[in-house]
Ligand binder design. Structure first.
Ligand code: PBG
Length: 323
């Protein structure tokens, strides 16, 4: 035998040299949940270790993440039912708490990269990402609201806006709204291939944002489809997206790879709430080693081709790197 692949696995030093993929804290965006009020830190029941924070405590948490080298955050606000309506009015009300919070976070940490989510669901009494009329989700009418939300978020200081709504034509429309309002610098990370997935369950608990009826299958993609992601990616790149995102990540590694090989825009992957909770729940039961399962999942997402990983594991990963 001239070739013995095991020789390159014989010691930790050699394994380190031949490692093809390496994770860095710089790869991550940390999604965080924001609530109104003061001195509030409430664990999400279905996401052990993940909390909803009021602004004061979120600032402390961001500071501790920055000290660990995490520089990017995606802020998701949770609104009480009483503040929701059919048109997601709170999403662009200049007096609303989440926009003030983003402004304060950017003032406190100008070096941090702050991303915001553009979709109606956390503010919508229907719990859908678009306007609902007679049981249908309206596309073009929804764009107008998304446009107002986007400009309001940019005004508050968002560095990247993340349209997660899957309405047709939104990237181009939002790019135009940003540019017309002087925000040519604000980036768009488009949820390009966002699948209608069961893995968003814990996130909807965190924000109380589950749809009041039906599902999201008329706008989010069918898990059976791979090549349809190319249609979305073609449109998003033509319309000016700065990043293409695949979501969820682990059950869609083939989609990440396909987009990586076909587009020269950086690819992001969202390691979603259910992917986090699955590992946490089985680790709590002692059924698997949570730390190793986390690292293996994260490396597989990067190996598939993701340049950027949105993950609830970001802080835990960063803490591990410091050890
Ligand atoms: C809102 C949105 C969702 C997620 C991110 N933005 C939920 C959904 O589409 O129902 C899911 C994130 C996660 O599960 O971690 N449009």
């Amino acid at each position: 035998m001239y070739r013995r692949p095991r020789r390159n696995r014989k010691s930790s030093a050699i394994r380190g040299m031949v490692e093809e993929t390496r994770l860095s804290v710089k790869d991550f965006i940390f999604p965080m949940f924001l609530i109104e009020g003061q001195n509030q830190k409430v664990e999400v029941a279905s996401m052990p270790g993940i909390f909803r924070y009021s602004l004061d405590l979120m600032i402390k948490e961001i500071e501790s993440c920055l000290n660990l080298g995490i520089v990017a955050f995606d802020i998701f606000p949770a609104y009480p039912e009483s503040k929701k309506d059919k048109y997601a009015t709170e999403s662009h009300n200049p007096e609303t708490f989440y926009l003030k919070a983003i402004q304060k976070i950017k003032e406190t940490f100008p070096e941090a990269c702050i991303m915001t989510d553009v979709a109606m669901d956390p503010y919508s009494s229907d719990g859908h990402d678009g306007i609902v009329e007679n049981g249908k989700i309206l596309n073009d009418e929804t764009l107008e609201i998304l446009g107002k939300m986007t400009v309001a978020q940019a005004q508050a200081g968002a560095d990247i806006i993340g349209p997660s709504d899957m309405m047709d034509g939104r990237v181009g429309y939002l790019r135009e709204q940003l540019d017309d309002n002087g925000f040519t610098d604000v980036s768009i990370m488009s949820y390009t291939a966002k699948y209608a997935s069961a893995f968003y369950g814990p996130f909807r608990d965190a924000l109380d944002s589950a749809p009041k009826w039906g599902d999201k299958k008329t706008y989010q993609m069918d898990p059976a489809n791979l090549h349809e992601a190319m249609i979305e990616a073609d449109l998003d790149t033509e319309e000016g997206a700065d990043f293409l995102m695949v979501k969820p990540a682990l059950a869609y590694l083939d989609v990440i790879r396909l987009l990586k090989e076909n587009y020269n825009v950086p690819i992001a992957a969202y390691n979603v709430s259910g992917e986090y909770s699955m590992i946490k729940a089985s680790a709590e039961r002692g059924w698997l080693d949570g730390e190793r399962a986390m690292l293996e999942s994260l490396i597989s997402i990067k190996r598939a081709g993701a340049n950027v990983i949105l993950s609830y594991f970001a802080k835990e990963f960063a803490e591990l790197q410091k050890k």
